[in-house]
Design a protein around this ligand. Structure first.
Ligand SMILES: Nc1ncnc2c1ncn2[C@@H]1O[C@H](COP(=O)(O)OP(=O)(O)OP(=O)(O)O)[C@@H](O)[C@H]1O
Length: 139
């Protein structure tokens, strides 16, 4: 296994509900090191750019509206096997299918408002991290 990075965002529902601290605690307890972190809000246009891969999907418009509806907390995280281990920590996209103990099982409200994002590959983790953070913001 190699030490590498993944990208995550705590989504608007979880930030608005006051779960930011609890989610960060779970992430750090699972062995991830925070390389970069901020609190920000996406415009609908920027949410659309971030999720451009989904633009043909029926839920794309709703997703962009939801992701720009409030503050989010994007982070770059570092750990051995970061991408796969983080996907395991957050659980399935649909919280009804998420395993016990996962972040989505604990905090997600629906398949859309599912509390947290996790990159699905090393390549996307690098692209998504650069979408939010300049090199000088990564430590
Ligand atoms: N059927 C759906 N209805 C509404 N929203 C959806 C649906 N499927 C996915 N989404 C939303 O789009 C996001 C991206 O979908 P994707 O299939 O990439 O899931 P994921 O990889 O688990 O999620 P993410 O990319 O946020 O980590 C989901 O996290 C969710 O917020």
């Amino acid at each position: 296994m190699t030490t590498n990075r993944t990208f995550t965002m705590i989504k608007p529902d979880a930030v608005a509900d006051g779960h930011t601290g609890a989610i960060i605690q779970l992430i750090e307890a699972a062995g991830f090191r925070i390389v970069a972190i901020k609190k920000t809000q996406l415009s609908a246009d920027r949410a659309g750019q971030f999720y451009a891969v989904h633009q043909e999907r029926p839920f794309y418009g709703d997703l962009c509206q939801y992701m720009s509806s409030g503050a989010i907390v994007p982070m770059i995280l570092e750990k051995e096997n970061a991408v796969a281990d983080f996907r395991a920590l957050i659980g399935a996209t649909n919280p009804e299918q998420a395993a016990e103990g996962t972040i989505r099982k604990k905090f997600a409200k629906s398949v859309q408002a599912n509390a947290i994002h996790g990159s699905d590959s090393d390549e996307n983790a690098a692209i998504e991290g650069s979408f939010f953070f300049a090199d000088l913001e990564k430590f």
